[in-house]
Design a protein around this ligand. Structure first.
Ligand SMILES: Cc1ncc(COP(=O)(O)O)c(C=O)c1O
Length: 359
């Protein structure tokens, strides 16, 4: 078997969920498990959190149905609402909590045949300008839903654009905008993503929506997972599948873009961009071989990448190579590659087997 595996530590997911809850005592939390639980496997993550999580949040009805099949009771929040009128009926059947973020969605809810009434989360565009009603529209939507038999709980949600940049003035404005509509009668309120859970107590409201922190990555450029008390969840481990000497002046890999500045020992690693490793990771991005950090060299290819082993003692074919995980935070690799941990984690491809740790 090709030596590449993503080991997923489900105990760490539970630990990280508990950290989110500890940040905001007495509040409830939707574990955000959209996008296959940020690439970690929604089935396994929901199973691990089955008896712990207050609810789950997803991006599509298909994801919601998957979670409902695993959990009969949990609250499941459809973050972007229903994309077609017919989905409202399916949401009723699945007993979902749904966001309503524009007038089309509002009309679809109000026009649905009466069935199971839904917990509705009116989405306020508090300043991100991606989804949601402005304050005036939201007040009208509130009025339309308040006495509707389609609506069980009438709730409020919004989403931060810059909570990961501490002290950003937009965050302050978004919070004010949210507080401004709280003269309306809502059953529940939800505003905080991971960054806000960790650093903005005033935004905690009733329901948290932790995503990235559950998976042991940081939303912040300047605060590490260790500093936040979170545990890494995914460790992506490959092996050295070739080790060779390359003389000073010789090149390595596609485009012959990397040239040895000294006589070197080069390792070829069983992971490439078709596994989700970022092709644009520059030379110098680190990996861990036998517990020691080594730099990437040359271009990442589809199934392989190359590292400089010159400074290691006796590297050999079969040695393990951690691309990110317990020894090397995914955030460091992401930062080096000009992206974010979210992207690396969600892009680990289906051909990489996941191995689950749980006790
Ligand atoms: C509406 C909404 N809430 C919560 C989250 C979770 O955010 P994070 O992963 O930064 O905690 C997301 C993720 O993108 C989201 O779209």
């Amino acid at each position: 078997m090709r030596p590449l595996v993503a080991t997923i530590d489900l105990n760490a997911v539970c630990h990280n969920y508990a950290v989110a809850k500890r940040c905001a005592p007495g509040r409830e939390a939707f574990a955000v498990v959209k996008a296959n639980a940020y690439g970690h496997g929604v089935r396994e993550v929901v199973t691990a959190l089955h008896d712990i999580a207050d609810g789950f949040a997803v991006a599509s009805l298909e994801e919601a149905a998957q979670v409902r099949a695993m959990h009969g009771q949990a609250r499941i929040l459809l973050l972007e609402g229903c994309f077609e009128t017919v989905e409202v009926q399916l949401a009723q059947q699945l007993r979902l909590d749904i966001a309503v973020q524009n007038n089309q969605q509002l009309a679809a809810v109000l026009g649905a045949p009466e069935g199971q009434s839904l917990n509705i989360w009116l989405k306020l565009d508090s300043g991100m300008h991606r989804l949601g009603f402005d304050s005036t529209e939201l007040r009208a939507a509130h009025q339309a839903l308040r006495d509707s038999r389609h609506c069980n709980e009438l709730n409020l949600m919004s989403h931060f654009a810059c909570a990961d940049e501490r002290g950003h003035e937009l965050t302050e404005r978004q919070l004010e905008c949210f507080l401004d509509v709280l003269d309306l009668d809502f059953n529940q309120r939800s505003l905080a993503n991971s960054a806000a859970i960790l650093t903005i107590p005033a935004a905690h409201m009733d329901w948290l929506r932790p995503g990235i922190m559950l998976y042991g990555a940081t939303p912040f450029a300047d605060l590490s997972v260790a500093e936040l008390g979170l545990e890494p969840v995914m460790t992506l481990t490959a092996q050295l599948i070739a080790v060779r000497r390359v003389a000073k002046g010789e090149s390595v890999g596609y485009g012959a873009s990397w040239i040895a500045s000294r006589d070197s020992v080069i390792g070829t690693v069983s992971c490439g961009y078709a596994d989700g490793y970022p092709r644009h990771a520059p030379p110098g991005t680190e990996a861990v071989v036998n517990g020691q950090r080594v730099p990437l060299i040359g271009r990442v290819s589809m199934d392989m990448l190359t590292v400089d082993l010159t400074d290691l003692t006796a590297p050999a074919i079969g040695d393990s190579v951690e691309l990110w995980g317990k020894q090397l935070p995914v955030d460091e690799v992401a930062q080096g590659a000009g992206t974010i941990g979210y992207e690396l984690l969600t892009k680990v491809t289906a051909r990489v087997p996941r191995r689950y740790l749980n006790d």
